[in-house]
Design a protein around this ligand. Structure first.
Ligand code: NI
Ligand code: MN
Length: 232
């Protein structure tokens, strides 16, 4: 499976001729490496509604490509009402898509879609994602604080964990390393950092600390646009 980092919490997953986008925020993203018009997808997964997770771009890409958007209940219903082919799910549930499946996990965070300085659409609750695709099991934490039940998520046998490390809005590096130890993945890709000043972090330092504190785990601090192929 080929993974491309889009910056913030956004990824492209490609395997077996299928393309999955996760939280594909590019329009207005200071570190974007693509335009929404350049991104193709069969399936788009959204962890929550915050604008830095690509709700607007997901709508545009889904309408142009016919991709299915899978997300939490209120956000999925709302996207459906905007004319997007959307499947709403919720925590604990698994939804199959073309080439894989996604199960929603809890995430300690908030979820709303901001339409102006003082106007928000309430969009239910945020989620993490356990994705089975390309023969791999991937845990995308979404935006979250550390929580002990990540150990339960680890029981799914996680090959790759995409973990938020930016601090301020989510876990910072120290809690992210504890999260990696709770989950026990084979590989880690840090995310949700270095997009704007409050979430500035050192990805290489995070890699060194993960590999020291969680022996056997390999960390790939990808820059936006960088790719890595993860084998089964
Ligand atoms: Ni958020
Ligand atoms: Mn975010």
């Amino acid at each position: 499976m080929l993974l491309t980092f889009l910056g913030q919490a956004g990824f492209v997953l490609e395997a077996d001729g299928k393309t999955v986008l996760i939280d594909p925020w590019v329009t207005g993203n200071p570190v974007a490496i693509a335009k929404a018009d350049d991104l193709d997808a069969d399936t788009i997964l959204l962890s929550h509604a915050h604008n830095d997770h690509g709700i607007d771009d997901a709508q545009a890409i889904a309408k142009r490509t016919g991709a299915t958007v899978i997300t939490t209940f209120e956000l999925g219903e709302w996207l459906g009402a905007q004319g997007v082919k959307a499947i709403p799910g919720n925590h604990g549930g698994t939804i199959a898509f073309d080439g894989g499946s996604v199960k929603f996990t809890p995430a300690w965070h908030t979820s709303s879609y901001q339409t102006g300085p003082d106007t928000f659409v309430a969009a239910g609750v945020p989620a993490g994602l356990i994705i089975r695709f390309g023969g791999l099991t991937i845990y995308h934490t979404g935006d979250t604080a550390l929580f002990r039940d990540m150990e339960l998520i680890g029981e799914a046998g996680i090959d790759l964990m995409c973990v938020c490390i930016g601090d301020h809005f989510t876990m910072g590096p120290d809690d992210a390393i504890r999260a990696v130890r709770f989950v026990g993945p084979k590989a880690v890709v840090p995310m949700h950092y270095n997009t704007f000043p409050p979430i500035k972090q050192d990805g290489e330092a995070f890699k060194r600390q993960v590999e020291a504190d969680a022996p056997g785990v390999i960390c790939y601090p990808l820059k936006p646009g960088q790719q890595h192929r993860f084998d089964v």
